[in-house]
Structure formats: structure tokens, C-alpha cells
Write a protein that binds this ligand. Structure first.
Ligand SMILES: N[C@@H](CCC(=O)N[C@@H](CS(=O)(=O)O)C(=O)NCC(=O)O)C(=O)O
Length: 215
């Protein structure tokens, strides 16, 4: 039996795991779902009802993308998706914190926009957008600090690139008219470089249609 990964077509969190599994040469079957619909199997495996969920041969479920990646790195350390040095490893995890935090803010804003207009909180949406603007500025700063390669840290693909590339890919899909590509040309060049890589090409996000009422 092969491992299964419960995923969703737009999911930036799941994309990190899909790329890491391929980088590590671990075969898996993609189980694409809409976690917002009552038909999803996600709650059977994750009490938090969120995907991605990695399901092992014996039915064990590993969930929360950052934990799935930590689990993979611990159990299958080579090839590693983390820098060798301690500070580089911690920095890669900090980049993931910022990118996952921007994804979280965008998910909150996305569903706030699904409420009836008079029930939407503009200050709450503005607060979420501020987090993304701050995160984009930070990513651009970090990208410009590394002149040794196309990657965020050192000269090889790491967790930082999985997190940043997955966020930027999803953000470009959901907020196509945002000006970040012209506002941050170095970040755009970095992103375009990641999108050329095989495992980014075969995990490109696409929209999903949610049938159930969520909010
Ligand atoms: N912190 C979680 C967030 C995962 C998450 O929010 N997943 C969404 C789907 S997607 O946004 O990734 O497409 C979900 O399952 N949401 C269902 C829910 O929140 O009940 C992780 O990193 O795995």
C-alpha cells in the first residue's frame, strides 16, 4: 500500500508537502478533496478538520503541514529540505511561519468576503491584508539578502522556498490583480525561478468550487 495525502487543488499548505514528498522520493497517492464540503474525509483523520493529512500504510494520520514536514524530515532526513547549519534551519522555519501566517490571514479574509455584505467587517479584512503586505515586504527583504543562488537560503532548495513559493503561487491565483510582482521585482524573479522547477510545475494550484455554505 502507498501513503495517501489528502489535499485540495488550491492548497498552499498541501503544496509544501507534495513538493517535499517528491524531493524525498517518497511515493504517495493524492486524495483531492474540498475540505469545506460535508463530503470530505478530512475530519475522519484530523480533529481540526483541516487538510493536508498524510495517511500512512497502517492508517496513522499526520496533520498540520509544518508538522508533516517536521515528521518527514525526522523520519526521512535525506535528502534534507533544511539547511545543514542550525541558524539556517531556524531561519527556514521562520520563513515558513511568515508564509503560513500570510496564508492563514488570506483564508480568514476570503471567508469574511463570503458573508453578506452588511455582515462583513472592513477593519477585520484590512487587518488580514496588512499581515500579507508586511509578509510580502519581509519576503522581498530576505530574497535580496541571498545573492548566492536562486533560492532563499544558500544554494539549494529548502523549506523556505517550499513555503514562499506555495504562498506566492496561491496568492497569485486568489488575488491575481495584486501589485506585488511590480512592487517587489526581486521577489517576482525569485518566484518565477521556483515555478520553473519540476515539483513546482507539477503541483501548480488551481481553483476549487465549494458547494456547502461555510460561513
Ligand atoms: N495550519 C494548517 C492550515 C491548513 C488549512 O487551513 N487547510 C484548509 C484548506 S486550504 O486552505 O489549504 O485549501 C482547510 O482544510 N480548511 C478547513 C477548515 O479550516 O475547517 C496547515 O498548515 O496544515
Amino acid at each position: 500500500m502507498t501513503w495517501k495525502l489528502i489535499s485540495a487543488t488550491p492548497s498552499p499548505y498541501a503544496r509544501k508537502v507534495r513538493i517535499a514528498l517528491q524531493e524525498k522520493g517518497i511515493p504517495f497517492e493524492l486524495q483531492t478533496e474540498v475540505p469545506w464540503d460535508s463530503t470530505t474525509a478530512t475530519p475522519q483523520y484530523n480533529p481540526l478538520e483541516k487538510l493536508p493529512v498524510l495517511i500512512l500504510d497502517d492508517g496513522t494520520a499526520i496533520y498540520e503541514s509544518h508538522f508533516i514536514l517536521e515528521w518527514l524530515e525526522t523520519k526521512y532526513p535525506e535528502p534534507s529540505i533544511l539547511p545543514k547549519d542550525v541558524n539556517g534551519r531556524l531561519f527556514a522555519k521562520q520563513v515558513e511561519v511568515v508564509c503560513d501566517g500570510m496564508c492563514d490571514a488570506m483564508v480568514i479574509a476570503f471567508f469574511e468576503n463570503m458573508r453578506e455584505k452588511d455582515k462583513q467587517s472592513e477593519p477585520w479584512k484590512a487587518r488580514q491584508m496588512r499581515k500579507v503586505e508586511g509578509g510580502l515586504r519581509q519576503l522581498d527583504t530576505w530574497v535580496k539578502q541571498n545573492t548566492s543562488s536562486q533560492f532563499m537560503i544558500g544554494d539549494k532548495l529548502t523549506l523556505a522556498d517550499l513555503a514562499a513559493g506555495s504562498f506566492l503561487g496561491w496568492f497569485s491565483l486568489r488575488y491575481a490583480d495584486h501589485k506585488w510582482p511590480t512592487q517587489y521585482p526581486a521577489l517576482k524573479k525569485y518566484y518565477d525561478g521556483l515555478e520553473e522547477l519540476e515539483y513546482f510545475q507539477n503541483t501548480r494550484p488551481s481553483p476549487q468550487s465549494v458547494t456547502d455554505k461555510v460561513v
